[in-house]
Design a protein around this ligand. Sequence first.
Ligand code: ZN
Length: 498
Amino acid sequence: MKKVLPLSVILLIALIVPAVTATTVNVRKIPDGKSSTVPAFEKNGMTYVSMPAFAELAGFKHSQSVFSNKSVFSNERGSITLIQDNLFYRVDTVTNLIPYPPIRKEAALYLPAPYLVKVFGAKHPGALGWNAHTSTITVNSLKYNVLSVSGEVKQNGTLISIVSADSLSYECTYYHPNVAINFDGGKLDPKAVKRGLRAGVVDSAFTLQYGESAQVSFILNQAVEPPYIEYNAKTRTLMISLKPRIEQKKPKPAASQVPLDASLIRTVVLDPGHGGKDPGAVGPTGVKEKDVVLGIGLELRTMLEKAGFKVFMTRDKDVFIPLGDRTKFANEKKADLFVSIHADAVGGDSKKRSAARGYKVYFLSQAKNEEDKMVAMRENAVIELEDKDKRTNYDALQDVLISIAGAEYLRESQELGIFIEQSLMTNVKQIPRLQLGVGQANFWVLNGAYMPSVLIEVGFISNTEEEKLLSDKRTQFQQAAALSEAIVKFKQQFEGGQ
Ligand SMILES: [Zn+2]
């Protein structure tokens, strides 16, 4: 028996619902150019797309279990499983994480477009791309969508051109000497960049395919103005203008303006990640992140003490320390530097695990690309292990802390990060750089540190070869030596009047 709702109730519902705006997005097929639309809605500034509608256009079969709110999408390559309101999803049997869970609207599950492209990209034979400006998802049956990178010298600077098969969402970051452009859903043609591309201010160019996103980065030989970017839809070319910066001599602050203790770097807090009930990432043969990073931390303490620093450690044995307590500790000790040490990991099959390797250095800031965000999420997942009553509303807190600590020490944190990155590159040759540049991500452990702060992922413990290296005391010693050298160099530069 059906009950009919009175009209007034229906009107009321109609008035309440529009907090979520119904819309559609375009799905464009490449290379044939055919376009269709699928249902979508806007929520919290994100475009949620109907997964079943998209899946059908992209050639996936869909089955849904009403009772468990689970949706399975499959094709000849395998299956993808998502659950309503759940951050975890599965590709075949491997569990992965997305920053936003699927939401149900009527019978279908909806996912924000950038993550939909990422999730389905794992099983789609070609490249999927999302462009927020045109609300278009491209379903490309070609294997690559980032096709070529070139540079030319113009009268007033250097022009970089990146040609793609379709228009992709991109994000450009510039921290001298690195300019990096990240494409969500980008699939790099391995031949896109001729090694050693060199033009004007660009000394060299590099590419990195990382899961469902692609990065093209450049090393510059001189500082430039903030890059100016323009997209030509007709030629599908992203053009990046790099104009050399005209140096303006800044007056040095008078010595009296700088508080005495702020101009010296004496106290360092070392923070080996995880510990106790939280092992951190665990390698294929069982090596634990918490043990590796403690080994490096203890070596580093000895070295820094020899170099005249006062060193405190958030832990010098195998104990669990809540994330919030780590930065609190650093503030209490009036540390001048905060150095957090971690090891990275990826899930997936053995091919994926062996592909991911290398170290990366992060400093406190808002994450600028998806991969940095994922690393931050994984490292922050330990919050789940902490006592419920100790947890605060950390999303809201983060923003406040970033605006206080971040703005003040961003530059120093980044400089320290670059020193560490370079020192690891020259001193620990057996573990490569994961990618160019120093990443920005808002790690919880760094939030609330009122001092220059960095987090180092010393390598991938999920990679068999690096797991072995990381557990080796000799590598740990080398890594500690590299960090110590960078910290000494940073101190010299910082104190030598910038
Ligand atoms: Zn960690």
